[in-house]
Ligand binder design. Structure first.
Ligand SMILES: Cc1ncc(COP(=O)(O)O)c(C=O)c1O
Length: 397
């Protein structure tokens, strides 16, 4: 049977990462990888997570199966983290949240439930978007349409064209939006732009599907939630996929959640049941460990305070690297403007240099950047910034 299969075309990012690993140069820099790294180039376990793990080791009484919707306390604490404790939608009974295997699992469960509810709905994604959105959501069966998102000339959100396109989205279609820290561009919607999109969603009757994988890494936990909190308040229906991979550093523990906001509490209960049926068909139930840690952290005042302080350190480090890089390469022979890097949010931005510059950076200087020129700002640290900036300035001569 397997003789019919052809090798999968290798993901170019994986090829780049393999080349990075094999590169013997001590000065090499990896700006392609999609995880947070501290100033020593490590992706550490957060202290608050370590302490929660010690607590869990003591408290955990069983490894028996958990329910399909995951841990009830995790689900309710995640709702509070996303929407804020006093958000009216939480008391309304219209929000139903289920634990899911990472943000990716959450996106897929959300997609499957939407397909069950409205198989004819098209899914609108911004260009560009996180490349994995297309296979992850498309393979749920969606027809995918695009709206313009990023303007490579101004290096800002192409808001006029985006709004113009959204004004033509038919009622009942689904529009994917990034909650904050847009991957790959780093260009986020302003609060005013969220207001405008919410108005259009109300007028047109499309349903936003928000992917929020970086809450707390942009402008702060509450600030980064502006869009989803607003839409949860104003719109009759909303779907939100969230991930604890980045803000809790729980990547491999596969911790996320999918939230449906429906018109009535009765509908929320039905949608929750449908989501459980979807999960049952795909993976039965989500992994427990990461969610129990998140629940312990969010439910314990001291642990939560420490986690927030650690997350703030992460956020501020990324911001500092943005400023440092932009300022160090602004003065370049090609006259390129890199000030967008300072204005943008989260781990990623496009460097916006030519393919031949990327090749030279890799071959001559051991600096690895994916072909879209997306760089991970967290790959920069106090030991490599001077070399990185000098190398970029050299190839731009
Ligand atoms: C925009 C976006 N959505 C979702 C995810 C998925 O996160 P997870 O690792 O929790 O599946 C990522 C991860 O990089 C992402 O960048």
């Amino acid at each position: 049977m397997f003789e019919s299969l052809k090798p999968v075309v290798a993901d170019p990012i994986l090829g780049l990462m393999a080349a990075f690993r094999e590169d013997p140069r001590e000065t090499k820099i990896d700006l392609g990888v999609g995880v947070y790294m501290n100033d020593r180039g490590q992706t550490p376990v957060m202290d608050s997570v370590k302490r929660a793990e010690a607590k869990l080791a003591e408290l955990e009484k069983t490894k028996s199966y958990q329910g399909i919707a995951g841990d009830a306390e995790y689900n309710s604490r995640m709702l509070q983290l996303m929407f804020g404790q006093d958000h009216a939608v939480l008391a309304s009974g219209r929000a139903k949240s289920l634990q899911a295997p990472g943000g990716s699992g959450a996106l897929r469960v959300g997609a499957e439930v939407i397909r069950r509810a409205r198989p004819e709905a098209k899914l609108w994604v911004g260009t560009p978007t996180w490349p994995n959105h297309i296979p992850l959501l498309g393979s749920a069966g969606f027809e995918i349409a695009e709206y313009p998102y990023y303007d490579t000339a101004t290096r800002e959100v192409n808001i006029d064209l985006m709004l113009e396109t959204l004004r033509r989205v038919p009622a009942g279609d689904v529009v994917l939006l990034h909650g904050c820290c847009h991957n790959p561009t780093g260009a986020d919607l302003s609060n005013e732009q969220w207001d405008q999109i919410t108005e259009i969603a109300l007028e047109r009757g499309f349903v936003p599907f928000i992917d929020t994988a970086y809450q707390g890494l942009g402008d702060g936990l509450d600030e980064d939630a502006y869009g989803m909190r607003l839409m949860a308040e104003k719109l009759p229906e909303l779907v939100v996929a969230s991930s604890c991979s980045k803000n809790f550093g729980l990547y491999r523990e596969r911790t996320g959640s999918i939230t449906f906001i429906t018109q009535t509490p009765e509908q929320a209960a039905i949608v929750g049941g449908q989501a459980m049926a979807v999960a049952r068909q795909m993976y039965s139930m989500p992994p427990a460990h990461g969610a129990l840690l998140v629940s312990l952290i969010l439910g314990d005042e001291a642990l939560c305070k420490d986690w927030k302080a650690e997350l703030e350190e992460v956020r501020l480090r990324i911001k500092a690297m943005r400023t440092l890089l932009a300022d160090s390469i602004q003065d370049n022979a090609a006259g390129l403007d890199f000030s967008h890097i300072k204005r943008q949010n989260g781990m990623f931005s496009f460097l916006g240099i030519a393919p031949e510059h990327l090749t030279r950076l890799r071959e001559e200087f051991g600096i690895y950047i994916v072909s879209s020129t997306r760089i991970n700002l967290a790959g920069i640290n106090s030991s490599n910034i001077a070399y990185l900036a000098e190398s970029i300035r050299t190839v731009l001569k």
